[in-house]
Design a protein around this ligand. Structure first.
Ligand SMILES: C[S@@+](CC[C@H](N)C(=O)[O-])C[C@H]1O[C@@H](n2cnc3c(N)ncnc32)[C@H](O)[C@@H]1O
Length: 198
């Protein structure tokens, strides 16, 4: 990573400020703009390795934080972590068992890239749909959801699905995201609840 991103301002900042990756600044930016997390919110972080969002979350809330990733991470004090695939029933059950209730789900997960653009886009959207389906299962009505996505094929369909489930939805391009990337964050507030009819 060092030589490729060595000159990157946010990479350098993350080293200086003790965050595990430059991704930390994306969540900080989203929070500054949209105030999605409150001090007493329990949070689930999907695709959490190496853990910089969990570090930031630990500063944002005093309540429970559970991260999950295919890859293990070095422990972060006063948080829980599950190693595994969040799209599977067993891992979802494990996550649920670690929290009293869930007020916020954040998801920065991305699948491994193959380099084949439309294949990668389809997989990224598929993963986002899985994350949304899980969020809908575990969130309390009124809860918030933030998910990384990529503009392109099927993005509009994903966004519509998010809109069906949350009262207020915005698409935000973080200044920290790399130039030329299609990466955006869908920021969804106020979960309608599992029995909404819209
Ligand atoms: C960009 S990184 C997340 C960075 C993280 N937000 C941070 O700040 O440290 C994306 C992560 O998504 C994870 N991931 C992708 N698919 C997953 C899945 N099905 N279950 C769990 N984690 C997944 C990858 O292993 C990878 O670590």
């Amino acid at each position: 990573m060092g030589s490729q991103w060595g000159s990157d301002k946010y990479y350098k900042k993350s080293l200086k400020e003790g965050y595990r990756s430059r991704a930390a600044y994306k969540l900080l930016e989203v929070q500054k703009r949209f105030q999605i997390i409150r001090k007493d919110d329990n949070v689930v972080d999907l695709g959490a390795a190496p853990g910089s969002w969990m570090q930031v979350l630990r500063e944002m809330t005093d309540a429970q934080i559970v991260g999950v990733d295919l890859n293990p991470i070095a422990p972060i004090e006063n948080t829980a972590f599950v190693t595994g695939d969040f799209t599977t029933e067993a891992v979802q059950e494990k996550i649920r068992s670690l929290l009293d209730e869930v007020n916020i789900v954040v998801c920065d997960a991305s699948p491994k890239l193959s380099g084949q653009k439309s294949y990668d886009q389809a997989r990224a959207i598929g993963l986002s749909e899985d994350a949304l389906a899980f969020a809908v299962k575990i969130l309390k009505p009124g809860g918030n959801f933030v998910i990384k996505s990529f503009q392109g094929e099927m993005f509009k369909e994903l966004l519509d699905e998010v809109r069906d489930n949350f009262y207020a939805v915005k698409v935000y391009r973080a200044r920290v995201s790399r130039k030329g990337s299609t990466e955006v964050y869908i920021v969804a507030k106020n979960f309608r609840g599992r029995n909404n009819s819209s």
